[in-house]
Design a protein around this ligand. Structure first.
Ligand SMILES: *[C@@H]1O[C@H](CO)[C@@H](O)[C@H](O)[C@H]1NC(C)=O
Ligand SMILES: *[C@@H]1O[C@H](CO)[C@@H](O)[C@H](O)[C@H]1NC(C)=O
Ligand SMILES: *[C@@H]1O[C@H](CO)[C@@H](O)[C@H](O)[C@H]1NC(C)=O
Ligand SMILES: *[C@@H]1O[C@H](CO)[C@@H](O)[C@H](O)[C@H]1NC(C)=O
Ligand SMILES: *[C@@H]1O[C@H](CO)[C@@H](O)[C@H](O)[C@H]1NC(C)=O
Ligand SMILES: *[C@@H]1O[C@H](CO)[C@@H](O)[C@H](O)[C@H]1NC(C)=O
Ligand SMILES: *[C@@H]1O[C@H](CO)[C@@H](O)[C@H](O)[C@H]1NC(C)=O
Ligand SMILES: *[C@@H]1O[C@H](CO)[C@@H](O)[C@H](O)[C@H]1NC(C)=O
Ligand SMILES: *[C@@H]1O[C@H](CO)[C@@H](O)[C@H](O)[C@H]1NC(C)=O
Length: 511
C-alpha cells in the first residue's frame, strides 16, 4: 500500500524506440552479488476475500489525503489487495503481519481496538483480523513501554489506522531481534482478511508517522510533495505536528549482524495451487535461486533507489526506481480497432501507439526519462501495476475481447467468461525486460452487482487487468507503481546498503 497523496492531472507522452531483452539464462548460471541466507521466512497469502467491506474500484489507486465516502457505482470490488503475511513476534506473542514495502509504520491491533467503516463504528469482527495483542497475561505488557505519542496512517485504498506507539521487542528470525517502536492500533478502518493482525511497514523512516500525545485525531501530517503535485494539500506553510522515528527496516539494517548485507529479498508467489503459498522473504540474504519456489531464470540487474522527483526535501521514503519502458504486442491498423466498447479515445495516443489489431511480435515502448516522470514505487501492498494512461490504454486494448472502462478513468475491466487472449507484458528495468506470467495479468474477484429489478446486490465475479492507468498527481507526474503482478515475476533484492534494487526474472516456479 502506498500512502502517496494524489490529485488528477495529465501526463507527458514519450518516445518510441526498440530495446533488446536479455536472453534468459538457466538458474545455475546466475552470478549473484548477494549472499545466500538459510533464514527465509515463508509468507502466507490469501487470494480471495469473501466477507469484507465494499471498497469502490477507484480506491485501488493512490489516495487523496481526504477520506473518501463510499461511492455510487453499480460494480463494487470486494476487499483489499491480496495479503502477503509473515509471522512476526512482538513481545511474547506471534502475529501474521502484512508485508508492505509501500509504507513504513509497523503496527499490531490491540485487543480493545475499535473497528470503523469510514466514520461508522462496526463490530470488531468486521475488521476480520487474525488475532490481537492481549494485555491480560501481564507478561507481554512487561516487554512494552508506553511513549506519549501516537501513529496514524492513511493508506492509498482509503483505509486508516492509529493508536499509541510503544517500544517493544520484535523478532522475525533467530538472527533478527531488536527493540522497536510499534503502533498498538486502537482505531482502524482496515481489514485483515482473517489472515493478518497488522502491518510490517518496510519502507524508509522518513515515511513514518509519529504525533505527540494520545489523541489520534490530533495528527497533522507534514506535506513534503511539491504543491504542484498535491494542490492545496501540499502547502508546506500549514503547521503540522508529524515527526519521524526509526522504522523496522532501518532498525534491523543497523544491527551488527547485517553490517555487510543490508538488504532483504522478496520472492512473492502467485499461489497457483491455492494452498496459501505467499512466497519467501529473506533478511540479510537471498533464498536459494534453484529452489523450485524461486527458480530464477535471468541474471540480476540493479537500479538505484531514488527520492521521488517531486519530494521537496529530496528524501528517500519509498522504494522508487526509474523504469525504462514496457514491452507488449504492437499494433498495425488504426481502422480495424475494436475498442468501441470503451471510453478510450484513439487520439490520446501518438499515431505509432494507437490500438489497432495486435501483431504477434512484441514491441518495446520506451518512456521519456526526463524530470523523474518515469519513476515507479515498488510496492508489495498494491494489487495492480500502474503505468501512464496512454500505455495502459494501448496494452489493455490488446486483450481479446479488449478490456473496457465502465466510466472514464475507471478500472480496465475484462469479461470473465469470454476472455480468450491475454497479451504479453514486460517491464524494462536497467536494460532487462521482465515478462509477466499471463496468470498474473488477469485479476479475478468475487463482487456484488446492483440488480435494478431485484433492487439488491447480487453475487457475481469481476475480472480486471493487472495493468492499470496510474493516477495523475499534478505537474505531469503520475503515481506509477510496480505492484504484486510485477513482484510475482521477479526475485527483488531491496539493497538498502547500496541504495539499489536488484531484480532477477522468475516468471515460472512451483507455487
Ligand atoms: C473470517 O472469520 C469470520 C468469523 O470466523 C467468518 O465469518 C468469515 O467468513 C471469515 N472470512 C473469511 C474471508 O474467511
Ligand atoms: C448516485 O446515484 C443517484 C441515483 O442514480 C444519482 O442521483 C446521484 O447523482 C449519484 N451520486 C453520485 C455521487 O454519483
Ligand atoms: C489465523 O491465520 C492462520 C494462518 O496463519 C489460520 O490458520 C487461522 O485460522 C487464522 N485465525 C483466524 C481467527 O482467522
Ligand atoms: C503528552 O504529550 C502532550 C502533547 O505533546 C502533552 O500536552 C502532555 O503534557 C504530555 N503528557 C505527559 C504525561 O508527558
Ligand atoms: C485455484 O483457484 C482458481 C480460481 O478459483 C482455479 O481456477 C484453479 O483451478 C485452482 N487451482 C488448483 C490447483 O486447484
Ligand atoms: C537528491 O538526493 C540525491 C541522493 O539521494 C542526490 O543525488 C541529488 O543530487 C539530490 N537532488 C537535489 C535536487 O538535491
Ligand atoms: C488499414 O485497414 C484499412 C481497411 O482494411 C486499409 O484501407 C488501410 O490501408 C490499412 N492501413 C494501414 C496503415 O495498413
Ligand atoms: C460477457 O460477454 C457475454 C457474451 O458477450 C455477455 O453476455 C456478458 O454480459 C458479458 N459480461 C459482462 C460482465 O460484460
Ligand atoms: C523454472 O523455469 C524454467 C524456465 O526458465 C521452466 O522451464 C521450469 O519449468 C521452471 N521450473 C519450475 C519448477 O517451475
Amino acid at each position: 500500500m502506498s500512502s502517496l497523496s494524489s490529485n488528477y492531472l495529465l501526463l507527458a507522452v514519450s518516445t518510441l524506440s526498440s530495446l533488446v531483452a536479455s536472453a534468459p539464462q538457466h538458474a545455475r548460471d546466475v552470478q549473484s552479488p548477494y549472499a545466500h541466507s538459510s533464514h527465509s521466512i515463508e509468507l502466507k497469502s490469501i487470494k480471495r476475500i469473501t466477507s469484507e467491506p465494499f471498497k469502490d474500484a477507484t480506491s485501488l489507486h493512490a489516495r487523496s489525503s481526504q477520506q473518501t465516502s463510499p461511492s455510487n457505482e453499480t460494480v463494487h470490488i470486494l476487499g483489499h489487495a491480496p495479503l502477503f503475511a509473515a509471522p512476526v513476534t512482538i513481545g511474547y506473542q506471534t502475529f501474521n503481519l502484512l508485508i508492505d514495502t509501500g509504507s513504513a509504520d509497523s503496527w499490531i491491533a490491540d485487543s480493545y481496538f475499535s473497528c470503523m467503516y469510514g466514520v461508522y463504528p462496526m463490530s470488531q469482527s468486521y475488521c476480520a483480523l487474525n488475532s490481537t495483542f492481549v494485555h491480560d497475561d501481564g507478561l507481554s505488557d512487561s516487554v512494552t513501554s508506553a511513549t506519549n505519542s501516537t501513529f496514524f496512517v492513511n493508506y492509498a485504498d482509503g483505509s486508516y489506522v492509529g493508536g499509541p506507539l510503544r517500544t517493544t521487542y520484535v523478532s522475525m528470525t533467530p538472527d533478527l531481534a531488536f527493540s522497536q517502536l510499534i503502533g498498538f492500533a486502537s482505531t482502524m478502518d482496515f481489514t485483515g482478511g482473517n489472515l493478518t493482525s497488522g502491518v510490517l511497514g518496510l519502507a524508509y523512516s522518513p515515511l513514518t508517522n509519529q504525533y505527540p500525545g494520545t489523541d489520534i485525531w490530533n495528527s497533522r501530517p507534514c506535506y513534503w510533495e511539491s504543491p504542484d503535485v498535491v494542490g492545496s494539500q501540499g502547502n508546506p506553510d500549514v503547521p503540522c505536528n508529524q515527526r519521524n522515528y526509526v522504522g523496522v527496516m532501518q532498525s534491523f539494517m543497523s544491527l551488527d549482524s547485517f553490517r555487510d548485507r543490508q538488504y532483504f529479498a522478496l520472492a512473492l508467489s502467485r499461489d497457483s495451487s491455492n494452498n496459501s503459498n505467499g512466497g519467501l522473504l529473506t533478511f540479510g540474504g537471498t533464498p536459494d535461486y534453484y529452489d523450485a519456489k524461486v527458480n530464477v531464470s535471468s541474471p540480476f540487474v540493479s537500479t538505484p533507489i531514488e527520492p521521488l522527483a517531486f519530494d521537496l526535501k529530496n528524501l528517500t521514503r519509498y522504494y522508487t526506481i526509474s523504469v525504462e519502458g514496457f514491452s507488449f504486442p504492437a499494433f498495425t491498423n488504426y481502422s480495424t480497432a475494436t475498442t468501441t466498447s470503451s471510453y478510450y479515445s484513439n487520439t490520446d495516443l501518438p499515431s505509432t501507439h494507437r490500438p489497432l489489431r495486435r501483431t504477434t511480435t512484441n514491441q518495446a515502448y520506451t518512456m521519456s526519462q526526463t524530470d523523474g516522470k518515469s519513476q515507479y514505487i515498488v510496492d508489495s501492498g498494491t494489487e495492480i501495476t500502474t503505468i501512464p494512461t496512454v500505455y495502459a490504454a494501448a496494452f489493455n486494448s490488446l486483450f481479446d475481447p479488449p478490456a473496457y472502462q465502465e466510466y472514464t478513468d475507471g478500472l480496465w475491466l475484462l469479461n470473465c467468461t469470454t476472455l480468450s487472449f491475454v497479451p504479453s507484458f514486460g517491464v524494462t528495468i536497467a536494460g532487462q525486460t521482465f515478462y509477466h506470467n499471463p496468470e498474473d495479468l488477469v485479476i479475478r474477484k468475487p463482487s456484488q452487482e446492483y440488480d435494478y429489478d431485484l433492487e439488491e446486490y447480487v453475487d457475481t465475479e469481476v475480472c480486471f487487468s493487472a495493468i492499470q492507468a496510474a493516477s495523475e498527481l499534478g505537474g505531469g507526474y503520475t503515481s506509477n507503481v510496480l505492484g504484486q503482478p510485477t513482484l510475482k515475476n521477479v526475485l527483488a533484492v531491496f539493497d538498502v546498503g547500496a541504495s539499489k534494487i536488484g531484480f532477477a526474472a522468475r516468471p515460472y516456479y512451483e507455487s
